[in-house]
Design a protein around this ligand. Structure first.
Ligand SMILES: NC(=O)c1ccc[n+]([C@@H]2O[C@H](COP(=O)([O-])OP(=O)(O)OC[C@H]3O[C@@H](n4cnc5c(N)ncnc54)[C@H](OP(=O)(O)O)[C@@H]3O)[C@@H](O)[C@H]2O)c1
Length: 262
């Protein structure tokens, strides 16, 4: 029997990361999670473990490469594989959101370290094992701010746009390996980050992350299967050729709202 799949979910102590981790845990799949605040992370891990799932956690910042290296290596040593890396942890930056004209560049650097370089670094660390196994998925959580050009959202939005391009390029570079890369925009959700973006405003009309997570789980399942199906067959030429001839192009970006969870 195949062992339980192993998921790494960054930023899983609250918000969308925690909601997605709950989807994984209730299916008894294995979780490796992280966040910076120890108390909240321990509480989240305890709640996830109450489902009976195996949950390993590490306290740290995804922008810190030393932490990232330990986090991923530890997961690989403990569980021998990683099926899905969900780069969910993210920084919004200063609140209220400053316009680009006066955006503090130190803050912008921190945003890019957490939202772009961190996710890419974690992907670089898991990809060799995923490619060797011929299966796996890198999931980068995006935002409509990546394309919106909304006033005030330029810093965070630029980081998500960079993450999108990284995802798109990775998806193309990985074609035929059995491993995929996908960006998912969850849409507005009632979370701490969203409240920080709209300080003092009533955000109670936004859906809870628990309402969005099932659609994201469904997209991930579909993409995992799709990437494996397109694994290169040594005898039939390159996957690129196979895709060209069949007219199939792999998707790399989704919006959670377009999926109705089944
Ligand atoms: N909420 C929305 O409306 C919305 C819309 C579009 C896209 N998104 C995206 O959805 C994802 C989740 O957002 P959310 O609203 O659930 O955020 P959230 O409520 O702020 O939760 C973020 C989670 O990530 C952790 N985290 C933040 N920075 C981290 C870092 N540098 N290293 C490690 N962990 C870190 C937080 O814990 P600690 O603070 O303890 O580290 C927390 O567990 C993000 O990628 C966000 O950009 C959100």
């Amino acid at each position: 029997m195949e062992s339980a799949r192993v998921w790494i979910v960054t930023g899983a102590s609250r918000g969308l990361g925690f909601a997605l981790a709950k989807e994984v845990a209730r299916r008894q799949e294995t979780l490796v999670i992280c966040a910076r605040n120890v108390e909240k992370l321990v509480r989240a891990a305890d709640e996830l473990r109450a489902t009976g799932a195996t949950v390993h956690f590490a306290v740290g910042d995804v922008a810190d490469r030393e932490f990232g290296r330990r986090f991923i290596n530890d997961a690989l040593e403990r569980f021998g594989r990683v099926d899905v890396l969900v780069n969910n942890a993210s920084l919004l930056g200063p609140s209220p959101l400053p316009p680009l004209q006066s955006f503090p560049l130190d803050a912008l650097q921190q945003i890019f370290a957490a939202n772009v370089l961190g996710p890419l670094f974690l992907a670089q660390l898991v990809l060799p094992r995923m490619i060797a196994e011929g299966r796996g998925l890198i999931v980068n959580i995006s935002s409509d701010a990546a394309v919106g050009g909304y006033p005030g959202w330029g810093g965070y939005g630029a980081s998500k746009a960079a993450l999108d391009l990284i995802t798109h390029t990775l998806a193309n570079e990985l074609a035929g390996t059995g491993v995929g890369a996908v960006a998912i925009d969850p849409g507005d959700m009632r979370t701490e980050m969203h409240q920080a973006a709209f300080p003092g405003e009533d955000i109670s009309d936004r859906p809870l992350p628990e309402e969005v997570a099932p659609a994201i789980f469904q997209i991930i399942e579909k993409e995992l299967t799709g990437a494996r199906k397109q694994r290169r067959d040594g005898k039939s030429g390159s996957l690129g050729e196979a895709q060209e001839s069949s007219g199939v192009r792999r998707r790399w970006r989704y919006q959670a709202q377009e999926v109705v969870p089944s």
